[in-house]
Write a protein that binds this ligand. Structure first.
Ligand SMILES: Cc1ncc(COP(=O)(O)O)c(C=O)c1O
Length: 432
């Protein structure tokens, strides 16, 4: 039988092995006994091609804060798709309306520029910062993820710490120049940042930071110190809000923390799961990419086929309407707190040295007894044990990538929590 006509998990996987490296779509390879292919998503659940259900905590890598196929988002997508999937080269109405909405809702946004992915948005933010300051170097933090481009892939997955400001390569194939233009510092350590800026400040264009680095929340004083250090040394402060934007709070982490960066990258929730992201920020920086400035020495080239995609813009407008309803974040975050407390109860009953950690709706089970405040705390935990437990959960119907931070959505409710606790209990028994 032609494998392309056979929709069993096994046949699809065999086909994927032939045509996709590692039979995957990116950076994750699941264990051999966890092979399934998703067919559909509804609310907080996913179903594979053989009809098995999973409670979804991956949420499209955090994009799906309302869960899968929210009716308001689906209606907006249908409506816009019927009028045209894409228009390139000039304006479309949803893109303008969304830009106006984001400028209203994001504290740092005097203007926005569109991109397609979170990675592209962070790459654009770095380019803009370099052009604005006339400096080349950028400081990032050990353990921070800013996407898949050559600049970002510095010390994202550090195996050892303490060699700052020199980072580690995360990938083969980076040109040496991208390695030497990225400096690194320990997260949540304002003194280390001040030391590096004292030594190299005149070469630095920007500091880029995740306001919640994976699962580690920034100490408020840390972000305030970054703001001060940037101001005193002529650096731009860039928040990577690809995850935290409209997730930690409506408007982003900058609303939650009350610290306003110069530039911020948004994606995932902004995009509603579609091909749309953006850089928000100070007009005098973003105006460097005004195409009427072509030919000027500090003109910044930003362009992409899908920039301002009207379907994704319409979907995001519908999603923001839902998120702006009073009480949305209070309810979502309270649910996450309670769910993690109940998961903690299960872990404790089994005597596992693990914590169910959350910051708002971001959460993860870590094999450590201390809430992580630094990347060193993360490295000190037992990552292999966490991955084992997550894999046992996945076998039983929880979709959360082993060892990776995960998300609650507004679609998670009592039924999902009850099922999750039952599955976690069985998974704990399996690993204990
Ligand atoms: C903080 C952060 N920045 C940037 C990115 C890259 O976004 P994308 O995968 O859309 O390119 C991600 C993706 O997970 C992210 O978590």
């Amino acid at each position: 039988m032609d494998a392309r006509l056979d929709w069993s998990n096994e046949a699809l996987f065999a086909l994927a092995e032939d045509v996709l490296p590692g039979a995957g779509l990116g950076g994750y390879a699941l264990p051999e006994d966890l092979r399934f292919v998703f067919a559909e998503g509804r609310g907080a659940r996913l179903r594979d091609v053989e009809g098995r259900d999973y409670i979804d905590y991956v949420g499209g890598a955090g994009a799906l804060i309302l869960g899968h196929s929210h009716p308001a988002v689906v209606a907006a997508v249908r409506d816009q798709a019927a009028r045209g999937l894409h228009m390139f080269g000039t304006l479309n109405a949803p893109a303008i309306r969304l830009a106006a909405r984001l400028v209203e809702d994001i504290p740092c946004a005097e203007k926005i520029v569109y991109a397609t992915t979170g990675s592209e948005a962070t790459a654009y933010a770095l380019r803009l910062a370099r052009a604005f300051t006339g400096r080349d170097l950028v400081l990032k933090f050990e353990g921070a993820y800013h996407g898949n481009h050559d600049y970002a892939l510095t010390s994202t997955f550090p195996t050892a710490l303490g060699n700052d400001p020199h980072g580690q390569d995360d990938t083969a194939g980076r040109p040496a120049g991208t390695r030497t233009t990225m400096l690194v510092a320990p997260y949540n350590d304002a003194e280390a940042v001040a030391r590096i800026v004292r030594d190299r400040g005149r070469e630095l264009a920007a500091i880029i930071v995740e306001p919640v680095q994976r699962i580690i929340p920034a100490r408020p004083a840390f972000l305030q110190a970054l703001r001060r250090i940037c101001d005193e040394n002529g650096l731009l402060l860039i928040f990577d809000e690809v995850v935290t934007g409209f997730r930690l709070a409506y408007g982003g982490a900058q609303v939650h923390y009350g610290v306003t960066p110069d530039l911020a990258s948004f994606g995932k929730v902004v995009g509603a799961g579609g091909p749309l992201s953006c850089v928000a920020g100070r007009a005098e920086v973003l105006d460097l990419c005004d195409p009427r400035r072509k030919g000027e020495p500090d003109y910044v080239y930003l362009n992409g086929t899908l920039h301002g995609n009207p379907v994704a813009a319409a979907a995001t407008l519908a999603l923001l309407d839902e998120l702006a309803q009073p009480g949305t974040y209070e309810r979502l975050n309270a649910f996450a707190e309670r769910a993690c407390a109940e998961c903690q109860g299960v872990l404790d009953r089994h005597g596992l040295p693990a914590i169910a950690e959350n910051t708002g709706s971001l959460w993860q089970i870590l094999f450590t007894t201390k809430r992580p405040e630094t990347q060193a705390d993360i490295l000190a935990g037992d990552g292999a044990a966490a991955r084992r437990l997550d894999a046992e959960c996945m076998k039983r119907g929880i979709y959360a990538l082993p060892g990776v931070r995960r998300f609650f959505s507004t679609a998670h409710g009592e039924a999902e929590l009850e099922d999750s606790l039952r599955i976690l209990d069985a998974a704990c028994a399996a690993v204990a």
